[in-house]
Ligand binder design. Structure first.
Ligand code: GDP
Length: 194
């Protein structure tokens, strides 16, 4: 898909701020620094629309990006930052839980993990949460350019096993550097979840 038109519509902290046009939504989740902003920017052909910073303590909001008047990417604050206070973590959890468990427009969550390393305990917890609530998930294993192509299948197998990925949930090998996987992800979003 060729993306020309992207609009950052709102940074929301509570449900009455979510957009109300009923467009399908895809949420992006991943631990801090995994490459989530780079993934979003690559998908929408922007250098830096989504913030590529992962400082703890920045405002915890759900950022709604409207793409081609067709769907929304909903950027969820990164998890797994050790320096975040217990109170911040709880606020994060509550905001995510409210959004993910009650939002009818939510079609699927794109869970961003690092292809180079096995998923962390936080990644596993996030995936378990999605499965507990029966939320479809597409796993994006990014930074693929950082390991040789010959090792991709071994690494994706490890990722699938550690997450205990169910067959309905696909894993897509991705790179924000090369664009690897980009068209595959767009196909899934526009064909499987339209
Ligand atoms: P976020 O905190 O999850 O939003 O992570 P960022 O998108 O800011 O990325 C964290 C760091 O990883 C940055 O230095 C990026 O340039 C780098 N990065 C992200 N994705 C890739 C990728 O696919 N390949 C490579 N080589 N570096 C990446």
């Amino acid at each position: 898909m060729k993306v020309n038109n992207v609009e950052m519509v709102i940074s929301a902290v509570k449900p009455d701020q979510y957009p109300d046009e009923g467009l399908p939504e895809f949420a992006l989740a991943g631990r801090s620094n995994v490459g989530k902003s780079s993934f979003i920017n690559k998908m929408i052909n922007r250098k830096s629309l989504a913030r590529t910073s992962s400082k703890p303590g920045k405002t915890q909001t759900l950022n709604f990006y409207k793409i081609e008047e067709m769907l929304y990417f909903v950027d969820v604050p990164g998890y797994g930052f050790a320096k975040v206070s217990k109170r911040e973590r709880e606020a994060w959890g509550q905001m995510i839980e409210t959004y993910m468990t009650s939002r009818k427009e939510l079609q699927a969550v794109m869970l961003i993990v690092d292809l180079r390393h096995p998923p962390t305990e936080d990644d596993v917890m996030m995936y378990d949460f999605l499965k507990y609530y029966d939320i479809p998930c597409v796993v994006i294993a990014t930074k693929a350019d950082k390991i040789p192509k010959g090792k991709w299948s071994k690494h994706s197998k490890i990722t699938k096993e550690k997450l205990n990925l169910i067959p309905e949930d696909e894993l897509i090998i991705f790179s924000s550097e090369t664009g690897e996987g980009k068209e595959t992800v767009w196909n899934i979003l526009t064909k499987r979840f339209k």
